[in-house]
Design a protein around this ligand. Structure first.
Ligand code: FPP
Length: 265
């Protein structure tokens, strides 16, 4: 059932709605739900993990291109707190991927001035995965360009619960008066709190594979994000589709709850 191939050209044409203008603002923070690796593989009669391996190649391609376009933060949803429910062989493979990825790709990331960050419940990752991510963060910590932020063993509801627990503890130990708790205090305790405040919230969220849901990803941070959904499976996502998603963003009218002034374009 190789249904995907004949359709690919068609949906790319259908989805190509806007032209990318490099001179217009590019979203400073883009977050991506990289979905469809399994279906990409199944359509080729390959094991699901072959899709994840190919997906890793897409991560390299998109990282380089996003950095080139001037994106400041690229957050990639690589493994959710719910993904442990997958078959053991698949989980093991997904836990090995960051090891292989950083092993081979860190020199290039250094060359591209990209800084790696990993957010999520890292303490529950296998030791070899933890070691690989800590090492990549250490090796790229002096880089000043784009931040490549992997969400690994990440879940947004859990993240909010952890933040609330931390805040409650600060109140309990008289470090924080209850009436000073505001949006900024909560945002500081979220896993995106390591970023400068103006970069914490993604301006654009992309999800591949035709699914149109958020799956427990950055629930607080996406309050005003624009969304771009494409039918392309993650291994088929490429530089051109990234530019098209940005082009769609560029023609959207972001009002943040306000209204336009009369005569304003
Ligand atoms: C969702 O597709 C994808 C994942 C759960 C894993 C994403 C991981 C990668 C793209 C590689 C990450 C690379 C690094 C360096 C960490 P799916 O398996 O749910 O696809 P399906 O919906 O078609 O089954």
């Amino acid at each position: 059932m190789l249904r995907f191939f004949p359709e690919k050209k068609k949906y790319l044409e259908e989805e190509k709605l806007h032209e990318f203008h490099p001179e217009l603002p590019v979203p400073e923070h883009i977050a991506i739900i990289m979905d469809g690796n399994g279906r990409w593989a199944q359509n080729r009669r390959l094991p699901r993990v072959a899709g994840h391996k190919e997906g890793m190649e897409t991560v390299k391609k998109i990282t380089k291109h996003a950095s080139k376009l001037g994106v400041k933060v690229l957050t990639l949803y690589a493994f959710s707190t719910e993904n442990w429910k997958r078959p053991t062989e698949e989980v093991d493979f997904l836990m090995q991927l960051p090891v292989d990825f950083f092993d081979k790709f860190v020199p290039e990331l250094i060359k591209e001035n990209v800084k790696v960050h990993v957010m999520g419940y890292k303490e529950h990752l296998p030791a070899h995965t933890q070691k690989a991510v800590e090492r990549a963060m250490e090796q790229t910590k002096m880089n000043t360009g784009m931040i490549l932020n992997f969400a690994l063993n990440y879940g947004s509801r859990a993240e909010i619960v952890t933040a609330v627990q931390e805040i409650a503890n600060e109140v309990k130990s008289n470090q924080l008066p209850v009436e000073t708790i505001d949006e900024e205090v909560l945002a500081n305790h979220l896993m995106t709190g390591f970023l400068p405040p103006q970069l914490r919230d993604p301006a654009l969220v992309i999800r591949t594979s035709g699914e149109e849901r958020i799956s427990n990803f950055l629930l607080w941070q996406i309050a005003y994000a624009e969304f771009f959904f494409t039918r392309a499976f993650w291994p088929d996502f490429d530089e051109k589709l990234l530019e098209e998603s940005i082009a769609t963003y560029q023609q959207r009218d972001r009002r943040f709850g306000s209204v336009k002034e009369e005569g304003e374009k």
